[in-house]
Structure formats: C-alpha cells, structure tokens
Design a protein around this ligand. Structure first.
Ligand code: PEP
Ligand code: MG
Length: 754
C-alpha cells in the first residue's frame, strides 16, 4: 500500500500541468482501490465553492463546470468538518445535493476526504461505488494518507501554474505569503541561487529547442565523466579495486546505451534537459527501490547520486547564463552568508528565502544589512522566478510576482515614505540615548553577520554588545588560522577604541553549518552547537581565544562571551581553557604584562541556565540575554522552521514573564545583564524590556537610530505603568496591542511602522 501511495503522489508531482496531474490521480486511485469512481474538487476561496477538477466515474463533461458551494452538499460538508465522511447511502443523507450534471445516480457509497495544507482546505477527494456499503478502514486510511501527501504537491502545482503556465495577466500581481524576515520594501529582479541542486526542487518544463537542450545535456555528461576520472584518480591507492569499479559503472550508466539514451529520448519528446534527467533518474531509482534484493535496492542510491552530479553541472551552466540584475532580489532555498557575499552590496535590495523563519540567521543578516526579507515561502518551484520582477514587502511578509506598473508605483510611494522616516531617525543618531526624563540607556551594536565591517556608527554607540565570530569561519573553506583571526579581531577592537567589544566564541551548528565541518543531526538546534562543539574541540576554542587575547593587546576593550551554555560545568571548563590560553599568550610575550585578562560573560539563551543565575554570577562578570534562542527553547519552536513560524514569538507572555524574572534577579544579584537578541532592536520589544528595567541593549546597526529616536521620547515613569498589564496578557497579540496603544497615545506609532 505504501509503495502504491508513493507512486500515485510521485506521478502527480511529475505531471507538467495541474489538469493532467489530477486526471492521472483519479485514474490511479480508482484503480488502486478497485472502486467505481474517484473525483477531486478544488476550493476556490474567491468564489467560495469547490470546483470539480477531475473525475473518473462521473460525467467527464462536468469537469471545470460543476461547482458546489462551501456550505452545500456532501462535498461542502467534508470541507466544513475538515474530516473524512464515509456513507453507505449518500443520497439518503440530509446534506446530499442533487447535481444532475455529474450523473451520480448510480452510486450509493461515498467516501470524501479533505485535502488540507497549513490548516486550509484545498479540496476534497472522493471515491464512490454502486454498492451500499461503508468503505472499510484500509480504504479510508488510504484516502486520508493520500490527502495529506497530496496537499503539498497540489500547492506546488498551483504555484507552478501561477509562475509559468498562466497568462501574462494572470501572472501579474500574483502574491505569495511568507513570514516577515526583515522590515522594509524593495522592488527588484529575482536572482535565484541554487547551491545544492535537488530533484525535488526541479519542476517539469517543456522546451521549444530540444537541440539546444541535448547539447546542454551532452556537455553536462562530459563534465561529469571528467569529474569521475579525477575522483577515481584521487581515490586510487586509498580504495580497493572493487570499490573503484563504481566509477566504471557510473561511466557506463551515462553512456548512450543506458540512462543517457533514455534521457535523450525524453529531450527529443520535448522535455528540457533538467526535466528529462529528473524523469529518467526518478523512474530508474524507483525501480531499484522496489526490488527485494538488498544489493540491487542500494543501486537506487547510485542512480540518484549520479543524476545529482549531472544536475549540478546542468544548473551551473544555467546559473552562468543569468546576468546579475541591477536591483537584485536574492531568492534561494536557504539564503546563506556566502550567498550574500556573492552579490555586491549596492545591488542587493531584498532577500527571499524559501526556508527559514523570523529569527533564522539569514533574516538576522538581512536586518543587519538593512534590507527587507521574506522567509519561509515554502514549496515554490525556485528557478521559475529567475528574472521576474518582484516586490518584497518585509513589513507584511508578502511577495508580489510580476506586479503591474500601477502597483509598483504605489509601493514606490511607500518606499519613499520609509526613507523619510529613516532620515528623521538618523538626524538624532549623534544625540545621547537618554529618555525624555533623563534616564540613560546603553545602546550597542550586534556585529559580524553583515558582510562589511560595521564600524561606521561606532562613535554613536556604547560599543559592540555581540560580535558573532562565526561569519568569517563560514566564509572560508577551512578554519581560519590564529594569525588570520588576530587580524580580523584587531580591526573590530580598533574600530571601538575605549568601548567594550563583546566577542562571542564560535557559535556554529543549528542553522549555521560550517561548509568544511558538516554536521548531520536529527535536531541540529538541540544538538552539537556553540560551546558544546568548541569544548569538544579545544584546539578550535584555544586558537580562537588566543587570537582574541593577542588582538586585544594595546586596545584592552575585549570581553568574551560564551554561547549556548546550559550547564555550569561548561562555564568552568571554558574558564579553564581561557586561563590556559591566557598563560600561553602571556608566555609568548615573555610575561611583559601586556596581555589583559578580559571580562567573561555567558549568553542566557538556554532556559536551564536562567535557573542558575546566582551560581553563574559568582563565576563570570556579566551575562547577555539571547532572546532569539531563549524564545525558541522556551516555546519549543524551531526558529528556522517556517511551518511553526507563526508560533515563534518573543512577545509571547511566557517569554516576557521569564525575561522579567531574569531582569529582577540579575538586579538583585548586581549581575550586569544586557539584551543582545533581536527583541531589543524592535520598537515594541525594547519598550517592553525597558519597562521591566533593562537598560542595556545590543542590536543590528540598521535598528540603532530608530531605537534611539524612540527611547529619547519616552518617559520612564509612564512606561513602567504599562508593565503589570503587559505581564497579565494572555497572548503576544494582546501585548502588541497594549504597547501599540501606548505609542499611539504618545503620537509615536504613525512614525514607527511598529
Ligand atoms: C540569540 O540567540 O538571541 C542570539 C543573539 O544569538 P544568535 O541569534 O546568533 O543565535
Ligand atoms: Mg543564540
């Protein structure tokens, strides 16, 4: 049953059009369940009805013509109840609606199952039979499972239709909804980067020029074969001869008489090279997957590996064919730091990441760069966006594809309003971060993730509250040497003379993998991350600390911050290694007394350590709250997973209550505490935190001027009055409404876009 289901879903995914996909689906389901009729209805939310889109058993002329209102008939009822409905005598049911056009009089039994994606009913799948019987449990579970698996395939097919198959006017103004990544609005051209090519991301496309596609395929095969020769050469001597024979097998498979031949045939039938490759590789791999012999079953993996390599080369040539537009909207499955580095800053206007969520590091990078970003626009056929005009609205999380000129004009007006507001904030950047009643705040910057060295605003800040050292590690193809690190850190320390620079030790893992140190884990955010990894590799930790200590000579403004501490033993071990590094460096300088002992702090971002604050305060000099991770761990919501992106919210009352207790406890212990998570750089967040008594915030450069402007207009006594109500709230929404109301009363809300 599982393989039948898989095959049906795969067949649907591989059809070039939604219509043919659904026609194949109903045919296959009818056959698999040996029933007499299968139909699929899709929801149209504008018209508030379900439209019959495909049927094998009802009147075929009714396809695309017969619709059933959301509150009508059995189809409407399945949609309303959002669960399967299984009836022996459908026509006797009070919700049955006679629809003569579909000619269903001969059927009695009815099983309808909703197709739901992200809580939204996309359609209804039905099977019908002339016998008066309840469909059995196996049949019901088959249809339910199919409905679940079909949902994402259907969304994908719809998107495909929208971005390629539709008419020009239908394409215009199509809007995608994602998650807010970074605020702002931009208009530009999509530049799609596909680092790791993946067959799932390839949507099937026809070509008008099979000759050209054949040549592209031959070139890719040639490069792949050369790659195998190089690999075989490199491996010979390291691998036994029988293992090396795999390269010969790959060569043979690529030859014309084998896979190559099949792919050529598909191209000649009108498929583009990528699609032909996908169709053939998936078909062959599936045949091997279904074999009983375990040896042969494994060959499916070889076919996929081989196909993947050819695909990489096909995509490489494709990527080279696209020039970099003047205003780049970088679109990628997973926007990474190295992708950002590929695009000149002056041309990059926005980011769209299919994966990721509000506090993924890609979104934080976008905020650091001050450009809008929309995240988690899942299930898109990526390459079809290449070169299209896009409007990215980072305030709403919207993307408009190929918008009409009039719409662009409206957005341009919004963009210039934004620019006016920023100019207003910038005009006060040089002024002190002092509230209207004279209360002083310490505003620092988060640095490291943005590509350029962010020292331009250094004189208007109190220093660097968080320097993320991982970026230079991610950008290289190997670990940076001690000397390279010394030079890098020195530049940062030099940029903030006399002001603290809090350097965090390497925090990789989670959504920040090192390309040269791949870690494969089921739950990367709960795994080998931050201090856990570096304590297991003291050689990495010690080199980094030594580099920091050396860079600090002559500046003495270094503070060291330890990420992902969940246990006091990790603090002890880190302090021991820091001491060791200090002795080593001091020794290198012959005890000249020039190597300072920096202050050491701990990030409060794992909930466990919040409950060990008194012990922590005795061990280290300060702490810094990482609200991004603290939120993820308190709410058990992966900050990088768009599926649960709507649940990730640092304004959740539970997070706010935890922060309030933390602030109070730190105050009682006289333990210096600051906030370096994104919450402190958001207008509503910083006000809530200031009301709790937090005074020190570290934020992205792009938020600094706005937050300073805001705090300068606040009266602390008035703000503190807000706290009891905030802490009594039951939802993030309620908190936002409260703080927004406060801002509105001060006539600040309309100047903030908060
Ligand atoms: C945090 O977790 O809040 C934080 C500042 O660190 P990062 O976002 O780099 O994990
Ligand atoms: Mg963190």
């Amino acid at each position: 049953m599982l393989s039948q289901l898989r095959r049906i879903v795969q067949d649907v995914a591989q059809e070039p059009s939604l219509e043919s996909a659904l026609a194949g689906l109903v045919r296959n389901v009818k056959q698999a369940l040996r029933t007499e009729c299968c139909s699929v209805y899709l929801a149209d939310y504008e018209q508030q009805h379900f439209m019959l889109m495909a049927t094998d058993g009802l009147n075929p002329h009714a396809i695309g013509k017969v619709s059933i209102g959301f509150s009508e008939g059995l189809i409407g009822w399945v949609g309303q109840r959002e669960e399967p409905i299984n009836l022996a005598q459908a026509h006797l049911h009070p919700r049955f609606k006679v629809t003569p056009e579909v000619s269903e009089d001969c059927f009695s039994a009815f099983l309808g199952c909703p197709i739901i994606h992200h809580r939204k009913v996309l359609g209804v799948l039905t099977i019908q039979q002339s016998d008066s019987r309840i469909f059995n449990e196996d049949e019901e579970s088959f249809l339910v499972t199919l409905g679940v698996q079909l949902a994402s395939v259907l969304v994908n097919a719809e998107m495909r239709k929208m971005s390629s198959g539709g008419t020009a006017s239908a394409q215009q103004n199509s809007q995608m909804q994602g998650l807010i990544g970074a605020p702002g609005i931009a208009i530009g051209e999509a530049y799609v980067l596909q680092p790791a090519s993946d067959f799932d991301a390839i949507s099937l496309k026809h070509t008008d020029d099979p000759e050209k596609e054949l040549n592209r395929f031959y070139r890719a095969v040639k490069v792949t074969k050369a790659e195998f020769n190089r690999l075989a050469e490199r491996m010979s001597g390291h691998l036994p001869a029988d293992a090396l024979a795999i390269f010969d097998v790959y060569h043979q498979l690529l030859d014309a008489a084998s896979l190559g031949n099949e792919i050529e045939a598909q191209i000649k039938q009108g498929w583009c090279a990528k699609s032909a490759l996908k169709l053939v590789v998936e078909r062959f791999a599936r045949q091997f997957d279904d074999m009983d012999d375990p040896y042969l079953r494994e060959r499916g993996t070889d076919i996929r590996d081989l196909g993947q390599r050819v695909l990489n080369h096909l995509l490489e040539t494709e990527q080279r064919q696209h020039r970099l537009p003047e205003h780049v909207v970088l679109v990628a499955e997973n926007v990474s730091a190295s992708m950002l580095a590929e695009i000149p800053r002056a041309q990059l206007v926005a980011i769209v990441s299919l994966k990721g969520s509000v506090n993924s590091h890609a979104a934080i990078m976008a905020r650091a760069l001050g450009i809008p970003a929309v995240m988690g626009v899942d299930e898109l056929p990526l390459m079809q966006w290449q070169g299209q005009r896009l409007i990215v609205d980072g305030y709403q999380g919207h993307i408009l594809v190929s918008p009409a000129d009039a719409i662009c004009q409206e957005y341009r007006t919004l963009i210039s309003k934004d620019a006016e507001l920023s100019a207003r904030y910038q005009a006060e950047l040089h002024l002190p971060a002092k509230s209207s009643c004279g209360h002083d705040f310490s505003l620092m910057v988060n640095s490291g993730l943005a590509i350029e060295l962010e020292t331009t605003q250094s004189e208007f800040t109190n220093g660097v509250g968080l320097y993320r050292t991982e970026f230079p590690f991610i950008m290289r193809s190997r670990f940076p040497t001690e000397l390279e690190q010394v030079e890098l850190y020195r530049k940062v320390l030099q940029g903030y003379p006399g002001k603290p620079v809090v350097m965090r030790t390497l925090d990789v893992g989670g959504d920040k993998p090192l390309p040269y140190f791949p870690i494969s884990e089921e739950n990367p955010f709960l795994g080998w991350r931050g201090i856990r990894l570096t304590l297991d590799h003291p050689e990495i930790f010690l080199v980094q600390i030594r580099a920091m200590l050396k860079a600090n000579i002559g500046y003495n403004n270094l503070h060291i911050l330890l990420p992902m501490i969940s246990d006091l033993a990790e603090v002890d071990e880190s302090l021991r290694l820091i001491r060791q590094a200090w002795f080593e460096v001091d020794d290198e300088f012959n005890g000249e007394n020039i190597v300072a002992k920096p202050k050491v702090g701990v990030m409060i971002e794992v909930p466990s350590i919040m409950f060990q604050l008194p012990e922590l305060a005795r061990k280290v000099d300060f702490c810094s709250v990482g609200t991004n991770d603290l939120t993820q761990y308190l709410l058990a919501v992966d900050r990088n997973n768009p599926r649960v992106g709507n649940l990730y919210d640092a304004m959740h009352p539970a997070v706010l209550r935890a922060l309030n207790q933390l602030g109070q406890q730190a105050q009682g212990l006289q333990f210096p505490i600051s906030i370096c998570g994104e919450l402190g750089g958001e207008p509503l967040g910083v006000l809530t935190l200031a009301a709790m008594g937090f005074n020190s915030f570290s934020m992205n450069h792009s938020n600094l001027a706005k937050i300073k402007w805001l705090l300068r207009r606040i009266d602390m006594a008035e703000l503190r009055l807000l706290l009891p109500d905030v802490l009594a709230c039951q939802s993030p929404k309620q908190v936002r409404v409260l703080v927004q109301r406060f801002l509105d009363q001060k006539q600040l809300l309309n100047q903030l876009r908060a």
